[in-house]
Design a protein around this ligand. Structure first.
Ligand code: ADP
Ligand code: MG
Length: 249
């Protein structure tokens, strides 16, 4: 698209689960090169927002455009990947297998191809790429471990590595640092900085405010499904509505 056009345009998005309005009239834009912090108390609607943007939830009001195109069309062309807050990994498979499956999760036929054999050259290429993604999150020494033996923090890093397999232009990270030890947190912060430097645009849901403040170029705050702030990190930190939302937790 043209310069200045938002990469992602979320317009008047609403989601209801029965009587619960998980999102109400939420609008914001994401521009190339940003690291957007998406924060708010538990239940604010952050993961639901990721479900809408990543196409997991198609039953929503409003519209989402990626590179100016309706989401369904844009997604078919790739370029957007996410990690899940509640990890979705195959417990009895290795770390490497789980990351390799990230290359095939986009289409149903891709998953079938992954299960029913590809040629050896293709498989070697995907494995090399998966090892590279594991190295980027610091898990290269753990490629052959079964996921069921991993700590929560390690599982989250596998989720991130799997998302990286898509070589995404937009990466949505849902609480990637939760449960991580200090050294892994620092590694994650460095990884996010490196991804941004490589041209990746990131939306980060994170409860650790030190991480949000260190990384975010802008912060959007949700509270009970509504957007209550969209500003620079320092301004959001001082915003009385934001302080009240957190005190009311
Ligand atoms: P956050 O990620 O900010 O903690 P969520 O997006 O997970 O919040 O949840 C927002 C609201 O929607 C909460 O009230 C939650 O209970 C509700 N919710 C989320 N997913 C579902 C679902 N699949 N069915 C019913 N209610 C849901
Ligand atoms: Mg959540």
């Amino acid at each position: 698209g043209e310069a200045g056009e938002p990469l992602l345009d979320v317009e008047a998005v609403g989601v209801a689960f029965g009587g619960v309005k998980a999102l109400s009239d939420v609008s914001f834009r994401l521009h190339r090169g940003e690291v957007l912090g998406l924060i708010g108390p538990n239940g604010a609607g952050k993961s639901t927002c990721f479900d809408v943007i990543s196409g997991v939830n198609a039953r929503h009001a409003g519209r989402v455009r990626l590179r100016g195109e309706p989401l369904a069309q844009a997604r078919a062309a790739g370029g957007l990947a996410r990690s899940f807050q509640h990890t979705r990994l195959l417990e009895d498979r290795t770390v490497l297998d789980n990351v390799m499956l990230g290359a095939f999760r986009r289409t149903r036929s891709g998953v079938l191809a992954a299960v029913f054999g590809r040629d050896a050259k293709d498989e070697a290429r995907v494995a090399a790429s998966a090892r590279d993604c594991l190295a980027r999150v610091g898990l290269d020494a753990h490629a052959q471990r079964l996921v069921e033996t991993l700590s929560l923090g390690e599982r989250r890093l596998v989720e991130v590595a799997r998302a990286l397999m898509a070589d995404p232009e937009v990466l949505l990270l849902d609480e990637p640092a939760a449960g991580l030890r200090r050294a892994d947190r620092e590694r994650l912060v460095a990884l996010i900085r490196a991804l941004r430097a490589q041209g990746c645009t990131i939306v980060l849901v994170e409860h650790d405010m030190d991480i949000v403040m260190a990384l975010a170029t802008r912060v959007v705050v949700l509270d009970r499904g509504r957007l209550i702030a969209d500003a620079a990190p320092a301004a959001v930190r001082r915003d009385p509505r934001v302080i009240e939302a957190y005190l009311g937790m």
